[in-house]
Design a protein around this ligand. Structure first.
Ligand SMILES: NC(=O)c1ccc[n+]([C@@H]2O[C@H](COP(=O)([O-])OP(=O)(O)OC[C@H]3O[C@@H](n4cnc5c(N)ncnc54)[C@H](O)[C@@H]3O)[C@@H](O)[C@H]2O)c1
Length: 390
């Protein structure tokens, strides 16, 4: 295979950008051969803008097309596992948009199909993993330089969404269309980085408040407390009604502290590196209220890297290029598809914890979560919602 022949399923706000990038040759190893969308206006757009490629209405027709080697799934989230499974079963490589799905039970099935097809490449569009500051944080943790993590705290409240955003209608901001609010739409990237850096918790307590200052059924104000087998703990705070919001990740560990803070156009990582590990210092120190000396290392991203972070430049393209190279040359994936279940486990557990008003131990009871989610979907479908609409 000289180039990977791509089919994109769902060419709305995100998928059309993936299709355009590939059709314009921005990945030298990729060729756009097919797209699919159930919406006629999107198919008309594709005919006009994408040059020579097959255009389908039904995703199975794209999946079965002989000129497609790999499928990008960019439909609303509920469809991701179903479409990705169908594509893998038809022996197509799959790059799935985030989130991997809405509930882990479906994503676990997707992962087991992917694992039964090791010859196929299965990736997920966790483009934030290409951010140099998160990559550096990961290196500091994996190499042991940061030491054992004691606490991870992330306040990510800079997703301001007014009522007008939710009033657009469609599938967004509903249990039935999207399967949640800020945790399932805006935060999957951060929940991925949260577990990627600190590992999966063993216990979760979630406070997911729905409709705070907005007329919506889903959550837009969240605090999650996490506990780890090591004894570490974490807090993840997010909302869509704070302005100006905050994006600050802080990790406290035995060898120091790491802070990554983003403003609109700039971002900075600070590593406070302790001269003596805290656990060692504590055994040798005799003073009553001492300070442990530390050095300070600062990294900032530059203008271009920020453009990448904001998606203006190539984070998504980086993931597509890496995915093509994984197919053609066996390159290691930046974001393996099977990882998609982990961040989703945290958000599913946070919902369940809120609904049951109790701590949730992992592994999650996936059947219980699904039955509770279905109750919310049924209530939404059968009642007038808070916006006064059916
Ligand atoms: N990685 C990122 O940075 C990023 C950014 C935005 C969106 N996304 C993800 O991309 C996905 C799509 O989001 P969007 O904003 O593009 O939504 P969108 O509504 O703009 O586009 C979705 C498209 O899928 C089509 N579609 C729906 N069901 C389909 C089906 N069964 N078969 C074929 N086409 C179908 C719709 O007609 C629509 O054109 C979501 O899962 C979202 O989380 C990822």
């Amino acid at each position: 295979m000289e180039k990977v022949r791509y089919g994109v399923i769902g060419i709305g706000a995100m998928g059309h950008k993936h299709a355009l990038k590939i059709s314009k040759g921005r990945d030298k190893n990729a060729q756009l051969t097919a797209v699919c969308d159930i919406a006629e206006d999107r198919r008309v757009w594709a005919k006009d803008k994408l040059g020579e490629c097959s255009i389908f209405e039904n995703y199975m027709d794209l999946i079965n097309a002989p000129n497609v080697d790999a499928v990008i799934v960019a439909t609303p989230h509920y469809y991701h596992p179903e479409i990705a499974i169908a594509a893998l079963k038809a022996n197509k490589h799959v790059l799935c948009e985030k989130p991997a799905g809405v509930y882990t039970k479906a994503v676990r099935e997707l992962n087991s199909v992917a694992e039964s097809k090791p010859e196929l490449v299965f990736g997920i569009m966790y483009n934030q993993r290409t951010n140099p500051l998160y990559k550096y944080a990961k290196e500091l943790i994996s190499s042991g330089e940061l030491g054992d993590i004691k606490r991870i705290n992330w306040i990510i409240t800079n997703w301001y969404r007014p009522q007008a955003y939710y009033d657009q209608g469609g599938w967004r901001g509903t249990w039935s269309g999207e399967g949640g609010g800020v945790l399932i739409n805006q935060c999957p990237h951060q929940l991925d980085i949260f577990w990627w850096l600190a590992g999966l918790p063993t216990r979760i307590r979630g406070y997911c408040k729905a409709g705070v200052n907005r007329k919506i059924n889903v959550e837009n104000d969240v605090t999650i407390y996490t506990e780890y087998a090591s004894g570490a703990s974490g807090v993840f705070v997010t909302s869509t009604h704070d302005s100006p919001g905050t994006n600050r990740l802080e990790i406290d560990a035995n060898c120091g502290k790491l802070v990554i803070e983003q403003n609109l156009l700039s971002e900075k990582l600070t590593f406070y590196r302790l001269k003596t590990r805290e656990s060692v210092f504590n055994t040798i120190n005799t003073k009553f209220m001492p300070r442990i000396h530390c050095s300070r290392e600062v990294k900032r991203t530059n203008f271009i890297q920020n453009a990448y972070r904001l998606g203006i430049k190539g984070q998504h393209l980086n993931i597509i290029q890496n995915f093509s190279e994984a197919i053609l040359k066996g390159e290691t994936l930046i974001a393996p598809g099977v990882d998609g279940i982990n961040g989703l486990t945290i958000s599913n557990a946070a919902y369940l914890s809120t609904w049951l008003n109790e701590d949730i131990e992992l592994p999650l009871d996936e059947d219980l979560f699904l039955s509770e989610l279905e109750k919310r979907v049924d209530t939404e479908n059968s009642s007038i919602d808070v916006k006064g609409e059916k």
